[in-house]
Design a protein around this ligand. Sequence first.
Ligand code: NAD
Length: 358
Amino acid sequence: MMRRVLVTGGAGFIGSALVRHLIGEGTGRVVVLDKLTYAASPAALEAASRSPRYRFVRGDIGDRALVSRLLAEEAIDLVIHLAAETHVDRSIAGPAAFVETNIVGTFHLLEAALEHWQALEGEAKARFRFHHVSTDEVHGDLDFGDAPFDEGSGYDPSSPYSASKAASDHLVAAWGRTYGLPVLVTNCSNNYGPFQSPDKLIPRIIANALGGRELPVYGEGRNVRDWLYVEDHAAALALVATRAAPGARYAIGGRAERSNLTVVRGLCDLLDRLSPRADGRSYRRQVTFVADRPGHDLRYAIDPSRIERELGWLRVHDFESGLEACVRWYLANRDWMDRFVGAGYALEAAGDRLRGAA
Ligand code: NAD
């Protein structure tokens, strides 16, 4: 079945991986709607943009007239919603944009999608799905001995980012239950891989290491995340969006729990091998421990058994192979990283405000 897909946030880290996946696997038409905030990377869409089945539209998910027009003129039968403000530290320093895009923006998108879906008929109406892409952070955090999160886990968000994502999950579920909109929700663990904005842990550590700067680790680096290679997430999203029954929810994770310190040291060791420091010493020398983030979640972990069992999804990359592929990509694409770091990369300012607030 050739689908006509609207991907919001398609110029972002995961959105662009999804677009590359959809174009690569020959899924109908792919229309990207993206506001191109600081986090966007149009270069990540260069290959996809050569396909005649691809269209890019710069715009805001909160612009209801624009979204309604796009849904109608492109006869969209699948919305995959990734547009969001996503950086936890930024949400602490300035939460307003998170409320505006993640909550209010999702509301407008839902309203436009509902109106569009209600006007559809027959097979087109039956096929329509609104897939909301969310995070495991909506569940709060786990203690070291706790069972991982799954589809039945409750909501207990800690940061303005995760609270705004939790709110959007609830809106999506309500538009499903109240108005019958055929919605899907996925909650995924931490992603890593090509084209991730260098204000996130893994690319930031690589950029700082190569730039001879400090490698900041929050607290003692004990916080645990469950890491998933972004292409495995993209494959999972495509599977859920096209195969899952309306109302379904899936937890997606990489079965790869690692402490932040383990990740940083692993990156140093890979860089020592693949791009050694001029003085021959280890990048581990650049690690510095910085004051912990307020409300820093201790541990996230996902049990992805349901998506594995019901949809046959399995991650391709384990953490070690994924991390090496990731480091090799950043080494081969230093121009991209340097351009990104140069353009609108205001992390240091955000960090200063954060330290001021802590
Ligand atoms: P990202 O920050 O890399 O990209 C977000 C994209 O959304 C950017 O291209 C940005 O320009 C766009 N955008 C922001 N506000 C917009 C608006 N109002 N209208 C249109 N476009 C807008 O994010 P990401 O890491 O790719 O995450 C994508 C989605 O996946 C988010 O919803 C996030 O909550 C979720 N998620 C992320 C992770 C992760 O580890 N990165 C894990 C689980 C879930």
